[in-house]
Ligand binder design. Structure first.
Ligand SMILES: [Mg+2]
Length: 466
């Protein structure tokens, strides 16, 4: 809730718009022969070969779920049609979707490739004609019309109006993006509850949670992990404390929750009451990029040094190009990888490193001169890889560059050799921008499979930018 200048609490109106079975529906929209059939979209970064990135509504009826192993999905639904994912297609669709939403509010938070939060403000005014069309000021990510500051005019949270907007958005998506595409929309007074409302009816849902009384009723009927932010592990920990429902969670004092879960305890305390004051973070105000990273899951286990080198070089070229596109240079290089399948069929637990660089030491993180040159990043990453690798076969490898800062003329060297290299890099980028990734590439990359940046269908990709 937001306090108006009059001291009155102003209710917010938040819509959560979530496409149903996004990748699968977009594929069905593009290819009518797939419509009405159980399909599974494969691909999607880290789990490439063996896991479903998305399942169509029809496949879900058989119990097929996103993230499921392909063999498992086939067992449940032998007729499932597997389609390989096409990130460009999904991105294009998301952009068109955002264009529609922008007509209703400038306050859009792109939460993932198929999910957006939208905040709307509206004014109830007995004499609407006195309100100038676009009066508004910006404060802390919130758009508050000037009139809110006038005690004579009430600001209301009119869910009925938001409901009409939601219906319009749904019909515009159908007519402007495709008749096969549906979304579920949740409306409430904060993000947490809007997201929950959206999840209550699928597909093509439209649900309003209008007030805290309704919130409590609904919370008491759902499982703990149905709230965004409570995952499987947290659920297990809560269960161990004897907490199985939100009703029980509400009885736990804040002190105990913060003792058990540190600052996350606060979130749990509030979530159990449907409280969430987090602001909408419009996509153009998203936090600065902390690092540029990329990883690749190889479709077989390998200890072939040449192959690993090629993949790593390709990854470093990709992140270097992304850094250059954003006019950034970085000086910390992180490399991480996962060993292949253990003979018993389980992944060896070695270490897992977040691309953001929480891991330091052990030679994994290497500091170099500020750069956005792929080869320089590669050299550091390669050194780092060699210092960690025990010679076993690997399945996944990733690299990131962090400690970023804007590229300024001071970062650029005027030494002839360096300058020449920069000219070459610029020319390479221009050609690749025009004709696609890796049209021109270093000779060692010839013959390597194409690695593309794929939007991750899972929630972890919430910083995904469009
Ligand atoms: Mg979705």
């Amino acid at each position: 809730m937001v306090s108006g200048s009059s001291g009155r609490r102003v209710m917010r109106t938040i819509l959560h718009i979530d496409f149903n079975s996004y990748f699968a529906t977009v594929e069905q929209q593009a290819n009518p022969r797939l419509r009405g059939k159980p399909i599974g979209v494969t691909g999607g970064d880290r789990m490439k070969r063996t896991v479903l990135g998305a399942a169509s509504v029809e496949a879900k009826k058989f119990g097929v779920k996103t993230g499921m192993q392909i063999w498992e999905a086939k067992k449940l639904c032998p007729n499932i049609i597997l389609v390989s994912g096409d990130s460009d297609k999904y991105l294009e669709c998301t952009k068109r979707f955002l264009t529609i939403l922008k007509a209703y509010s400038p306050y859009l938070e792109v939460f993932s490739i198929d999910e957006v939060f939208m905040e709307t403000y509206e004014i109830w005014d007995p004499a609407p004609s006195v309100i100038p069309a676009k009066a508004g000021i910006h404060t802390n990510h919130l758009w508050i019309p000037d009139q809110v500051r006038d005690d004579n005019i009430k600001t209301t949270c009119d869910f009925a109006n938001a409901y009409l907007i939601a219906q319009q958005i749904k019909s515009r998506i159908r007519s402007e993006i495709g008749e096969w595409i549906t979304c579920s929309i949740g409306i409430s007074y904060n993000k947490l509850m809007a997201k929950l409302a959206g999840s209550l009816q699928k597909p093509d849902g439209l649900v309003v949670i209008a007030n805290p009384e309704e919130t409590v009723k609904i919370l008491d009927e759902i499982a703990l992990d149905e709230i965004c932010g409570i995952g499987g592990r947290i659920k297990v920990r809560l269960n161990k404390m004897g907490i199985f429902h939100f009703k029980q969670l509400r009885q736990v004092p804040l002190e105990i929750l913060t003792f058990q879960f540190k600052s996350y305890g606060n979130f749990l305390y509030n979530a159990a009451r449907g409280i969430d004051e987090s602001p909408i973070i419009p996509f153009y105000e998203k936090e600065e990029i902390q690092s540029v990273s990329h990883r690749h899951t190889i479709d077989h286990d390998t200890d072939d040094l040449r192959e690993i080198k090629q993949i790593l070089l390709k990854l470093t070229e990709l992140i270097a190009r992304r850094a250059r596109a954003k006019k950034l240079v970085g000086k910390t290089v992180n490399c991480w990888f996962r060993y292949g399948l253990h003979p018993r069929g389980e992944y060896q637990v070695t270490f897992s490193v977040h691309p953001g660089g929480v891991f330091t030491g052990n030679g994994m993180q290497i500091t170099i001169q500020y750069t956005n040159d792929g080869l320089e990043i590669f050299q550091a990453a390669w050194r780092s890889f060699q210092s960690m690798w025990n010679g076993s076969k690997i399945r996944m490898i990733g690299v990131s560059i962090s400690n970023l800062k804007p590229q300024t003329p001071q970062n650029l060297s005027f030494l002839d050799e360096v300058k020449q290299k920069e000219v070459i890099i610029k020319a390479l980028d221009k050609i690749n921008d025009k004709y696609g990734e890796f049209t021109l590439k270093r000779a060692i990359l010839l013959g390597t499979p194409i690695i593309r940046r794929t939007p991750n269908p899972f929630l972890t990709d919430r910083r995904f930018k469009v």
